[in-house]
Design a protein around this ligand. Structure first.
Ligand SMILES: *Cc1c(COP(=O)(O)O)cnc(C)c1O
Length: 383
């Protein structure tokens, strides 16, 4: 089976992990800050806080922004459940903004319309979480303008998008947001096995994120409520978690970050090649926004004929092509349906769900494998 996504591990990665494993520190040594520095250097952002997953990063990002009971957080229905769950962890409510039909990202038009309605009834969101689906940035400048007008904060869920650019700047610089979150799960662009990072330009938010990552405990005397009792002393000044990344994982991340531009370049080359190979088929290939250079985490096709969707999906799997579907709209998940969401609430997202298929795309995919995927699609669509 050709998987839809897969990590690319070379000998340098293995050596880096072995070095970390046999060093004095297998967690909380020099590798975590070194990994964080690769992210700040790469994106140009001021702070990067490494954590155990993007899910953890989303959680503490919400908490650092003060999301709590009585607040509302908005995200896209077409995302992994973690983009919405983070608000529930903080006791807040979740609502969704339907997607744009061409980019599949949160629609700015619908966002503005929903903000006008929400303002009228006094239910504006505290935080909006745009998700850069497949690695293509949302229209952040417009969203940031709305954030000023309607007084909400922005967390970019850039789990798919490290290595991508928006208006020539790397995703993660937080020019148009308060916090950006990356994932380093093995199917993503670069990996630490499990891992996440939250970036921000705000010193106070960075400090909160660091505290929340490790129990709310500090050894920084300037943050303490009284003078230190001695060299052993630390204080818990907030309620945090154990969301730390290990040095073994960070070592893998440092090594992987050296190849990020190659990974993204290769993914873009393969995506362009798919565009050509599939151009005659009854399907839509991914549209690229002029302001974006996508990290190309996923290559999502949407079928013109939704009635063939399940059949094509099954046939592809039978032919050894590990297709997938990103994502089942979050509002249709039973846990969310219990909150009152139902079919018909977000029609563009639901229409996307009825047509979308992610076909294999990863840096190590060969052109021969790609030809095999295209051929299988042709066969599946013809039957
Ligand atoms: C993968 C992913 C996450 C969660 O990432 P983890 O690192 O696995 O916690 C969150 N949001 C989106 C959009 C993702 O694709």
């Amino acid at each position: 089976m050709i998987p839809y996504g897969k990590q690319d591990i070379n000998q340098d990665d293995i050596d880096a992990v072995v070095d970390a494993l046999t060093s004095n520190f297998i967690t909380q040594g020099p590798k975590v800050p070194e990994f964080e520095k690769t992210i700040t250097d790469y994106t140009g952002v001021r702070h990067a806080v490494a954590v155990s997953s993007a899910t953890a990063a989303l959680h503490i990002a919400c908490q650092a922004l003060g999301v709590t009971k009585g607040d509302i957080v908005w995200t896209s229905p077409v995302t992994f459940v973690a983009s919405a769950n983070c608000a529930l962890y903080c006791g807040a409510e979740v609502d969704f903004v339907d997607i744009d039909k061409t980019t599949y990202n949160m629609s700015v038009t619908r966002l503005e319309r929903k903000l006008i309605e929400a303002k009228a009834i006094g239910r504006l969101p505290k935080v909006v979480i745009p998700v850069h689906l497949t690695g293509q940035s949302c229209e952040m400048e417009q969203i940031a303008k709305l954030a000023k007008d309607y007084d909400f904060k922005i967390i970019e869920d850039a789990s798919h998008a490290i290595g991508g650019k928006y208006k020539e700047a790397p995703v993660g610089t937080c020019t148009f947001s308060d916090i950006t979150v990356f994932s380093f799960h093995p199917v993503k662009i670069v990996t630490t096995a499990e891992g996440g990072v939250a970036t921000t330009n705000d010193n106070e938010l960075a400090q909160k994120l660091s505290l929340l990552r490790s129990h709310g405990i500090t050894r920084d005397e300037t943050l303490m409520t009284e003078e230190s009792h001695g060299p052993w002393y630390y204080q818990q000044i907030d309620l945090g978690f154990n969301y730390r990344l290990t040095d073994i994982q960070a070592a893998l991340g440092v090594s992987q970050m050296k190849r990020i531009d190659d990974f993204v370049k290769t993914r873009n080359k393969l995506a362009d090649r798919y565009d050509d190979l599939l151009s005659e088929l009854p399907l839509t290939t991914p549209k690229q926004h002029v302001d974006c250079y996508s990290a190309r985490h996923l290559y999502v096709i949407t079928l013109l004929d939704e009635h063939k969707h399940k059949d094509v999906f099954e046939k592809m799997r039978e032919m050894g092509i590990g297709v997938n579907l990103h994502y089942i709209p979050v509002h249709l998940q039973p846990y969310y349906a219990k909150m009152g969401f139902k079919k018909g609430d977000f029609p563009a997202s639901e229409d996307y769900y009825n047509r979308a298929i992610s076909i294999p795309l990863f840096a190590a995919l060969t052109e021969a494998e790609q030809d095999q995927v295209a051929q299988a699609l042709k066969t599946a669509l013809a039957s």
